[in-house]
Design a protein around this ligand. Structure first.
Ligand code: NDP
Ligand code: MG
Length: 392
């Protein structure tokens, strides 16, 4: 069967962002096969209004309450219910008839809506990797309890997911996560001291939101993905290897216990994994640009430089330690990236700040959601304190 029989009802959390807008391009291209039920944004009311008029969802939510009236007035003639405030995102998930929730919000803000969506038995198309980093054990247990599928949207994890179709998880020797290396691959620490945000925001292969673009430049993104992979595929540390592959054609690989390796490939375009997550287990025809190996010519691989890009080591360390440590790393990094984007700290200080917070925040081995909320809060406070010290 190659055609989709009934249209799939989708909620997009973070519809105004890089992943959200690409998801809507797919909805536009796959006319009649996907139906939008919910759209949410943080504060970009103008784009949310335009999206609501075009895609006709039943519910829209803007987290920033000061934009409520603007949204409400602009959509007065549309058949759509308008909500505002972060809590409303969870309330709308509870009442929507959407079957699939694409979590395309950024950072910590994705955690509670994702939990709510799992509790409501929605299939999760997971872009918001920070949720699994912060609360991987809680999220995976909730998915088992509510019999909910978590379909990865992150390109590397979608690749591994696709390589594992028809395979036994016990037969995995290791996975090989590919990393582009970001814009500063091959540079020394000395060359990175005065990197500006304009330079760091230029990713060689992917066009993404600001936070993940900086995370890619510091290799934090790959660190977060190592932890994400652990939870998605139930892996041990020694089973997760990172290799730098600057062309971003192989999206990741799995090596099995007989020595055979499967790789999933394609051009670097996030629409591919988003599309796959929407239609899984079916493959549905697209008109996306095809890969030409004659044009690409060579695929190369190298070791990641974890001394210059210390964030990757910090992520392995946080994963080994477990408990609330990945939550500390995530919160510290969110504050650090924001501070870098506001010219409050320098590029190399992002990893320094992350390490300082991991040293200072109290460790909790078995964390509840409330513990994680407190850890996130406490880490942000300590990170701000460290930033003030760095400025002196
Ligand atoms: P963007 O910054 O481009 O978009 C984020 C979206 O979330 C926007 O719609 C934004 O609204 C909304 N948002 C941000 N903060 C909040 C908040 N506090 N409450 C409610 N909504 C909020 O991010 P990306 O699309 O790049 O990334 C989204 C997620 O997907 C991240 O977790 C990222 O790691 C992951 N991802 C992204 C990839 C990419 O190619 N971009 C690749 C793989 C994973 P507004 O526009 O109003 O600010
Ligand atoms: Mg990725």
């Amino acid at each position: 069967m190659s055609e989709v029989e009934n249209s799939k009802k989708i909620a997009i959390l973070g519809s105004t962002g890089s992943i959200g807008t690409q998801a809507l391009e797919i909805v536009r291209e796959q006319k009649g096969k996907l139906e939008i039920e919910v759209l949410t944004a943080n504060s970009n009311a103008e784009l949310l209004i335009a999206q609501a008029i075009e895609f006709k969802p039943n519910h829209v939510v803007i987290a920033d309450e000061s934009k409520y009236q603007l949204l409400k007035d602009a959509l007065a003639n549309e058949d759509v219910k308008v909500f505002a405030g972060s809590k409303s995102i969870e309330e709308v998930i509870e009442i929507t008839s959407a079957e699939i929730v694409l979590t395309a919000m950024v950072g910590w803000s994705g955690l509670k809506p994702t939990i709510k969506a799992i509790e409501c038995k929605k299939r999760i198309a997971l872009a918001n990797k920070e949720t699994l980093v912060v609360a991987g054990d809680i999220i995976t247990q909730l998915c088992q309890q509510h019999v909910v599928d978590l379909i990865p949207v992150d390109s590397e994890h979608s690749a591994i997911f696709q390589c594992l179709i028809g395979e036994n998880l016990d037969a995995i020797d290791k996975i090989i996560l590919t990393a582009s290396g970001g814009p500063f691959r091959g540079k020394t620490k000395a060359e990175l001291i005065n990197i500006t945000k304009v330079e760091a925001l230029k990713h060689p292969n992917w066009n993404m939101g600001a936070k993940i673009t900086i995370d890619s430049a510091t290799l934090m993104n790959k660190g977060l993905e190592v932890i994400e992979a652990k939870w998605l595929f139930g892996l041990r540390r020694e089973q997760i290897e990172v290799v730098v592959h600057p062309q971003s054609i192989i999206h990741s690989m799995v090596e099995f216990n007989d020595g055979s390796i499967k790789a999933q490939m394609g051009l670097p375009d996030m629409k591919l994994p988003i599309h796959y997550a929407f239609f899984f287990p079916q493959r549905v025809k697209t008109n996306f640009k095809r890969t030409s190996f004659k044009e690409i010519k060579s695929l190369t691989f190298e070791e990641p430089d974890i001394v210059t890009f210390n964030n990757l080591s910090l992520a392995y360390h946080a994963m080994d330690k477990g408990g609330n440590m990945p939550c500390v790393l995530n919160a510290a990094n969110e504050v650090a990236v924001d501070a870098f984007l506001h010219d409050k700290i320098k590029f190399l200080q992002i990893a320094e700040l992350n390490e300082k917070c991991m040293d200072r925040v109290s460790f909790i081995k078995k964390s509840t959601i409330d513990d994680l909320v407190n850890t996130d809060y406490e880490t942000r406070r300590i990170a701000e304190e460290e930033i003030r010290k760095m400025a002196k």
